[in-house]
Every structure is written in structure tokens, then in C-alpha cells.
Write a protein that binds this ligand. Structure first.
Ligand code: AKB
Length: 332
């Protein structure tokens, strides 16, 4: 579980952030790590504080302040917020979709009780709060092609249920207590420097590692499973942009964001343009397939594009090229 909090002065010149993560979920960890580094670059290294219940990798540890904190320990969270005069809080703690189904009790604790702690801390101390949601907040009865911001949301995973809960609770706190709650529904996020862990969209990260290392990839979703996806740099920029957007520009508090949509077959073909010898086989994981079949195929993010000028940089060809460059240079 991970939590990343940001402290910043009113004029944004000085900012301190606390960030806490569970390296069990490396994708989440990677997002936070990059987000942390991006924030440190932007607001100053000592103004961004990382926290976790585990030791972070040494490059992150040495990049600025780190403290221990447990998302389920309310008193500890409060102490951190007070002692460091935190003003922004970015809350990434969550078990992802597939791993959540394998451990519902833990997912419920981290994703729901953890969120309650964060909401109360943020409301009590007047923090600006970012909580990521996901395409997983939709379900089989939602319109899937495209999926708009406002529609039926009846997810069938504990992850999805906890994210709908987070969206609604954040919006409720906003209307009831004036909490500055901001939320983006992320598509599958693809990043280069970590192995995936626990998500349904993981195949779209794994393929690059396997393509470079072994030239073979066994996909756990059917070849025609279409899902919305985004490269990590776009995800980080979108998150910073919505956090910094003037409140008047936000017509809602929870936005879909998207970059592209593709199937495993389409992704494999694009990778094969660079690595023609890549062999792809399909061994379907029924849990992940059922989850993917209930999620959006195309994500309508027109409100984000209109309200705060969201625009993605990476489409499929740039994504593939960038991932292969990163992973290829790492393995040399
Ligand atoms: C998952 O697959 O569970 C996540 C997500 C789309 O939220 N990557």
C-alpha cells in the first residue's frame, strides 16, 4: 500500500511531500517513485517526503526525505501531516484488481479503511487530496465503447468497488466539508523500469520485458481484449496538471483520462515491427479475462480535455519505441 503526500506553501514555490508505498505492487510503486521524483524536481527535493512501511530502493531513499508510515495507522498519519505541515496528499494505496481478488480482506482494509483514514486526515487538516481511480471502477453493465465519465458503475472486483467508493466518498467530502478532492480514472499504466504486479493490464508491461529477454511472450488475456492504456509519462503529467488546475476550471471532481486503446494482438504486432522474431502465445487466465471483459474498451476523456486541456503525448508506436529503448538499454 502506498501513500504519497505533498506539502506545499500557498504560492506553490515550496512544497513538501510524503510518499509511502508497498513494493509488493511494483507498478504502483513505480508510478509513485516517478511521481515523487517529478515532484521533487518541480518543488524541491526537501519539500517532498516519501514514506512507506518498507525500505525504498536506495536511489529513491537518497533522492530526498523518507519516513515510515502505515496507511492503517491514523495517529501516525496525523503526526506526519502535523509535524511536516503537509498541505497536499496524494494517496496511491491500493491492491490492484487481480491481486485484490486473491486477498479480498487485505484489499478491503487497504483500499477502503486506508481511504477513510486519508479522507479524515485531509478534511481535518485542509489538505488538497488526490486519489487515483481506474477503468476498473466500471463493470459489465457500464457502456464499454466508449465509457463516459458519468454512467452506471457496478464493478465486480473488490478493487473496482473500493474505487467507486473512493470516488463517491471524495466527492461527498468535497460537497459536505469543502475538501479539495481531485481524482483521475487511470487506464492501464505502462512503465519500463519495474516488473508488473497484480493488475489485469499487466500483460502490456510484461510483453516488453519478455520480448527483450527471451523473445517469447505468453499472454494471459485473449488476443482481441481491448483495453484503454497510457504511458507513464502521460499519467504523471496528467496527475500534476489536475492537481495544479484552478478549482474554477474543474466542472467535476473525478475525470476519465485516456491516451490509446489496444488489444494484445495489436500490441504484439507493433512490438514485432521492432522485434520480428517475437513469438506470442495465449494461455488465458480466467480471472483476469473476466475482469478485462467487464472493463471499458475505449475511455471517453473529453471532459478532461475540455476542462483542463488534457492532451496525451504517447500513442501506440511511440509507447512501443520508448519501452523497447528503455528495456533494451537496461538489459545490455
Ligand atoms: C489493474 O489492471 O488492476 C490496474 C488498473 C487498470 O487499474 N492496472
Amino acid at each position: 500500500c502506498s501513500i504519497y503526500t505533498v506539502y506545499k506553501s500557498i504560492n506553490l514555490l515550496h512544497c513538501r511531500c510524503i510518499y509511502k508505498c508497498n513494493v509488493l505492487h511494483k507498478n504502483v510503486f513505480y508510478i509513485i517513485k516517478l511521481y515523487l521524483l517529478t515532484h521533487r524536481k518541480r518543488f524541491g527535493k526537501n519539500n517532498v517526503i516519501l514514506s512507506d512501511i518498507r525500505k525504498p530502493p536506495s536511489n529513491v531513499f537518497h533522492s530526498g526525505p523518507f519516513i515510515y508510515s502505515d496507511i492503517l495507522d491514523y495517529k501516525n498519519l496525523r503526526e506526519i501531516v502535523v509535524n511536516n505541515r503537509i498541505t497536499w496528499l496524494v494517496h496511491y494505496s491500493a491492491l490492484l484488481s487481480a491481486v485484490g481478488e486473491a486477498n479480498v480482506a487485505l484489499a478491503r482494509a487497504v483500499n477502503i479503511t486506508g481511504l477513510h483514514n486519508i479522507l479524515d486526515i485531509a478534511a481535518e487538516h485542509g489538505l488538497r487530496l488526490f486519489v487515483p481511480s481506474t477503468i476498473g471502477a466500471f463493470g459489465p453493465t457500464s457502456p464499454r465503447n466508449p465509457t463516459p465519465d458519468l454512467c452506471v458503475q457496478r464493478p465486480r472486483t473488490i478493487y473496482g468497488v473500493s474505487k467507486v467508493h473512493a470516488e463517491l466518498m471524495g466527492e461527498y467530502y468535497h460537497h459536505r466539508y469543502g475538501l479539495d478532492f481531485r481524482c483521475l480514472r487511470y487506464p492501464g499504466i505502462i512503465s519500463a523500469d519495474s516488473q508488473p504486479g497484480g493488475g489485469t493490464t499487466d500483460y502490456a508491461v510484461q510483453i516488453f520485458h519478455d520480448a527483450v529477454k527471451t523473445g517469447k511472450f505468453e499472454c494471459n488475456l485473449k488476443p482481441d481484449t481491448r483495453l484503454p492504456m497510457m504511458y507513464i509519462d502521460d499519467c504523471l503529467r496528467a496527475t500534476l496538471e489536475v492537481m495544479e488546475a484552478p478549482a474554477e476550471s474543474l466542472s467535476m471532481r473525478t475525470y476519465n483520462i485516456n491516451a490509446m486503446s489496444f488489444t494484445p494482438e495489436e500490441l504484439a504486432k507493433e512490438v514485432q515491427k521492432q522485434l520480428p522474431d517475437l513469438q506470442v502465445t495465449y494461455e488465458i487466465d480466467s480471472v483476469r479475462q473476466a475482469i478485462a471483459d467487464s472493463w471499458p474498451m475505449n475511455f471517453d476523456d473529453s471532459n478532461a480535455r475540455n476542462d483542463w486541456c488534457w492532451k496525451h503525448d504517447y500513442d501506440l508506436p511511440e509507447l512501443v519505441q520508448t519501452m523497447l529503448n528503455f528495456i533494451g538499454s537496461d538489459s545490455r
